[in-house]
Design a protein around this ligand. Structure first.
Ligand code: HEM
Length: 399
């Protein structure tokens, strides 16, 4: 691999569940490799588990995406307009970022998610009832995978679920790669105006969901814009990600009958199965970016101040130094920390929520339909190569 002509991010998958093959080669031969970005700049790509974790827990790297290059053509910005407006703490650094996490963390603790589980169980059961009433074939994405996390995050935030068609649409537009810029700007503006309107309403009529509570919490002191940004981030991050894990995870298990059989026979395997699916599928498929604030050496290479570094979560999660036989899905694998939720300061705030949803949804789906199977040949399932979050666009199932 020549330093003078660095490649761009590998994105072409040969097999639906595996990251592009180039990552394996890079990890073996050039684990901290030069990378060309669509904006013409050159930065770095990390593919080893150890280096990815080192990067994500190092304060010398900033999460401020305004200064970073994007590895794929996504999130276009109007000249002068920040991609991440007020409140979008995923793009902030300490101490500002710490302030947001401190206020929001207790909304997403394991205990809170345990309390939420009976509600998730009811939502899942209602959607399974509806699938049964409709009868096969059913597309699992609109019938199950998308509505469950959407409903849960709506209730948690205090966003009216009746508005889902609009916010699901805007989110899909935002997360599409290489989409038409004007549509992205329009979706972002619409989503912002929608959440801002909600926050303003909650100033008049508070409720005890997250947004309504924070509006009146003297400790939070978020401005209306900040709270709008928080709501937008949580709404977008809170439904697309888990929805894709539910649909893609189901497809994966249906095409691995030995694993599905093991899960059906031993329901106690569910916790490990969820972690293994997260590792194996790494749906944040193009990784996450950081910008060096100063010169830093990682994996023996000097990263210069101002350069963008991409941490490939998908490559790190298949690192044989960390997981024996990494390309095999094995739901009985002994626990080993994966990076599907990131690592360090920005590690996913909603991870316990995502886990709670998956732990309820997969077993309930497979228990309700013992004969569940694909209604089309596997190669006809449309894969989300074109989206920041990997998964399937549709999943026709029968039983
Ligand atoms: C399986 C589902 C999910 C996956 C794979 C996932 C993945 C990730 C990853 C990789 C990051 C790190 C980003 C970075 O370091 O730049 C992240 C951050 C985040 N996620 Fe998730 N996520 C999931 C579900 C959720 C849910 C359900 C929520 C709902 C609230 C959520 C909210 C967030 C937020 C707010 C952040 C930013 C945290 C921060 O910057 O401090 N995610 N997620």
């Amino acid at each position: 691999m020549s330093v003078t002509t660095p490649p761009s991010l590998p994105t072409r998958r040969e097999r639906p569940f595996d990251p592009p093959d180039e990552y394996r080669l890079l990890r073996e031969e050039d684990p901290v490799s030069r990378l060309a970005f669509p904006d013409g700049k050159v930065g770095w790509l990390l593919t080893r588990h150890e280096d990815v974790r080192a990067l994500l827990s190092d304060q010398r790297f900033s999460s401020n995406r305004l200064r970073a290059s994007s590895p794929v053509r996504s999130f276009p910005v109007r000249p002068g307009e920040p991609v991440f407006r007020a409140g979008s703490f995923i793009g902030m650094d300490a101490p500002e970022h710490t302030r947001y996490r401190r206020i929001l963390t207790h909304w997403f603790t394991t205990r809170r998610m345990r309390e939420l589980t009976p509600r998730i169980e009811r939502i899942v059961a209602e959607h399974l009832d509806a699938m049964e009433r409709t009868g096969p074939p059913v597309d699992l994405v609109p019938a199950f995978a998308l509505p469950i996390p959407s409903l849960v995050i709506c209730e948690l935030l205090g966003v009216p679920y009746e508005d889902r068609a609009a916010f699901q649409d805007w989110t899909a537009t935002l997360l599409r790669i290489g989409g038409d810029e004007e549509s992205v700007f329009a979706a972002r503006d619409a989503l912002w105006a929608y959440i801002r309107g909600l926050v303003e309403r909650k100033r008049q009529e508070p409720d005890d969901a997250l947004l309504g509570s924070l509006v009146h919490d003297p400790d939070s002191s978020f401005t209306t814009d900040e709270l709008t940004g928080v709501g937008l981030l949580l709404l977008v991050a809170g439904h697309e990600t888990t929805a894709n894990m539910l649909a893609l995870g189901t497809l994966t298990l249906l095409t691995r009958p030995d694993q599905l059989r093991a899960l059906r026979e031993r329901p106690e395997l569910i916790d490990g199965a969820v972690e293994e699916l997260l590792r194996y599928l790494s749906i944040v498929q193009f990784g996450i970016v950081r910008v060096a604030r100063e010169d830093v050496v990682i994996g023996g290479r000097l990263i210069n101040a101002g350069e963008t570094v991409v941490a490939s979560l998908a490559a790190a999660n298949r690192d044989p130094e960390h997981y024996p036989d990494p390309d095999r899905l094995d739901i009985t694998r002994p626990p080993a920390q994966h990076v599907a939720f990131g690592h360090g300061f920005h590690q996913c705030l909603g991870q316990q929520l995502a886990r709670a949803e998956m732990k309820v949804a997969y077993p309930a789906l497979f228990a309700r339909f013992p004969e569940l199977r694909l209604a089309v040949p596997p190669e006809e399932v449309p894969l989300r190569h074109d989206m920041v979050i990997y998964g399937v666009h549709r999943l026709p199932l029968t039983w």
